[in-house]
Design a protein around this ligand. Sequence first.
Ligand code: SAH
Ligand code: SF4
Length: 404
Amino acid sequence: MTTTVTQHTPAPRPGADSTEAVSSDAVSTPAAKATTERHNLLGMSREQMEAFFLSIGEKKFRAAQLMKWIHQEGSDDFAAMTNLSKPLREKLARVAEIRGPAVIYEGTSSDGTRKWVLEVEDGSYVETVLIPAENGKRRTLCVSSQVGCSLDCSFCSTGKQGFQRNLTAAEIIGQVWVAQRSVGPRRDTANRPVTNVVMMGMGEPLLNFDNVVPAMKLMLDDNGYGLSKRRVTLSTSGVVPMIDKLGDEMDVSLAISLHASTDELRNTLVPINRKYNIRALLDACHRYLAKCPDNRQVTIEYTLIKDINDQQEHAEQLAALLKELPCKINLIPFNPFPNSGYEKPSRNQVMRFQQWLYDLNYNATVRTTRGEDIDAACGQLVGRVKDRTKRSERYIQSVQLDAD
Ligand code: SAH
Ligand code: SF4
């Protein structure tokens, strides 16, 4: 097996018991050293950063300079910011900091998929995955928005973990920052370490609107990651009022986790459907597209689950439902996890479903599973650390076994 794994050496906090759970003693990057009294600049939008500079008696154009250092150079060290005067650098070091999440696991799969498990402020874990495609021309980062998720979709391992908390804007953009620092800083637009972002990691991004929107604005900002709005995608299970609110704020690409062709079935798979049914959801998609100034499509995500939603009648119902909506369909073969109660459809069945849609004039794509050898699918590794290992020694051992 060609998996490579980088285990960052845990540095126990003073007084920490070496047998403590990973979640409380594994701090491994300088970025993780918490100091509560200083302002963390990492998650600040341009406006917030400008306000911060004014509040410390500095000119607001400093915000653009700092943003470039943080998000384009991946810097967390004021001393290295050579276009700032020495007194300003010293002042910043006293009042501010650039603190990202701690990397406790970093792995590269044999197919090139990279994955980071990050420890955030309260010792929780989140994961972020970088998926290369098109001979490395596209590198898509899958970003988490919450620790766990409250929506409890019946086929989702993140949902099964329950909801712990919203991530802050710094913790959300911190995932892009960590990935970019690890792959290499952005020196030119043609060679970006991260070319696309999908909000498809753990959590429901529209239930953490106030942190997700500023983080996505940093992804788009020219002094931030400079990604085009078409290359930043928010995936939602269908929080209808927040789709409208998102459309009022920005016009990133929208993906909808539909997964079912009738309300009866969707009620059992995606419980939020009981509050906002399929019709209400598709109407919200129309309203969202109407607010986009360009010609845009919604991505319809459809997880294929054996004998549940993978039959010809489902394909026919799906095509009928979507006939008015400018959209593309992405089929995701169900990713099994322990005790899910569901099974993955056969490859042939996935191809049959794709063909039925094709016959109905839908050229659906099938999402190939990537990074299987490092558990890179939604929620998997975090689930494994929490459920099976608990303690750092056993965690490290399991990572090493996987790498053999
Ligand atoms: N909460 C958001 C985004 C995160 S999940 C949402 O639900 O859209 C990203 C995608 O993975 C969603 O389409 C989700 O339904 C799907 N997904 C979750 N668990 C899965 C599994 N076990 N197998 C296949 N797809 C899954
Ligand atoms: Fe939450 Fe999305 Fe998983 Fe549903 S599929 S439980 S909304 S993360």
